[in-house]
Design a protein around this ligand. Structure first.
Ligand code: SAM
Length: 169
C-alpha cells in the first residue's frame, strides 16, 4: 500500500521545496552577509530572484548574468549591471567590470537534467570559486565542487528541492 510516507515525491513538490529553499537561503545569507563586495546573480530568467535580492539587499550592487534577456519588464537590471553572454565566458572575464570579489553568488542555472548539471558543475565550480570573496557565500541549484568552501547545513526543503549553500573559508 502506498502511504503519504512512502509514495514518490512529485515534480510539483520538488519545485515548491526548491523555491522555499531558495528564498530561505537568500534571506538567511542576506542577514548574515558580513563581507564587502557585490552580489552576482547567475541566471536572470524571469527576474524573480533578482527582484528578491534587490529587495532584501538594497545597499548591494547586483550584477546579473544571462545569455539573453527574457525577464518581466519590471525586473531587468540597468545596462551597467546586466552582463549578457554565455556565463562560461562572461564570468571568467567580468573582473574589470564587476570590480571586487563577490560577497554572494546566486547560481540559478540548474536544468533538472543530472548529466547536463554535472557538465555545468565541472566548468562552473572553478569560475564561481575564483570570483567569491573569502567569507562570501554561494547559493546554488547545482551541487558545486569547490575545495576552499564549506558546505553549510541544508533544510529538508533544500534536500528535496536540490539547493546547496556554501561559504568560502
Ligand atoms: N533566477 C531566475 C528567476 O528567478 O526568474 C530563473 C533563472 S532560469 C532557471 C535560468 C536562466 O539561466 C535562463 O534565463 C537561461 O537563459 C540562463 N542560462 C542557463 N545557462 C546559461 C549559460 N551557460 N550562460 C548564460 N545564461 C545561462
Amino acid at each position: 500500500m502506498t502511504t503519504e510516507a512512502t509514495r514518490r515525491v512529485s515534480r510539483l513538490e520538488v519545485f515548491i521545496a526548491r523555491m522555499t529553499a531558495q528564498k530561505t537561503f537568500l534571506e538567511e545569507v542576506a542577514a548574515a552577509l558580513d563581507v564587502p563586495g557585490p552580489v552576482l546573480e547567475l541566471g536572470l530568467g524571469n527576474g524573480r530572484t533578482f527582484d528578491h535580492l534587490r529587495t532584501i539587499l538594497p545597499d548591494r550592487e547586483i550584477f546579473v548574468f544571462d545569455r539573453s534577456i527574457t525577464a518581466h519588464p519590471a525586473s531587468i537590471p540597468d545596462a551597467d549591471h546586466m552582463i549578457v553572454g554565455e556565463i562560461r565566458d562572461t564570468l571568467a572575464f567580468c573582473g574589470p567590470r564587476v570590480g571586487a570579489l563577490a560577497a554572494l553568488v546566486h547560481c540559478d542555472l540548474g536544468s533538472g537534467d543530472p548529466t547536463a548539471d554535472l557538465v555545468k558543475r565541472a566548468w562552473l565550480s572553478p569560475l564561481i570559486a575564483e570570483r567569491t570573496a573569502p567569507g562570501g557565500y554561494v547559493a546554488s541549484g547545482i551541487e558545486l565542487e569547490m575545495p576552499d568552501f564549506e558546505a553549510l547545513p541544508r533544510s529538508a526543503d533544500a534536500e528535496r528541492g536540490r539547493y546547496w549553500l556554501y561559504r568560502k573559508t
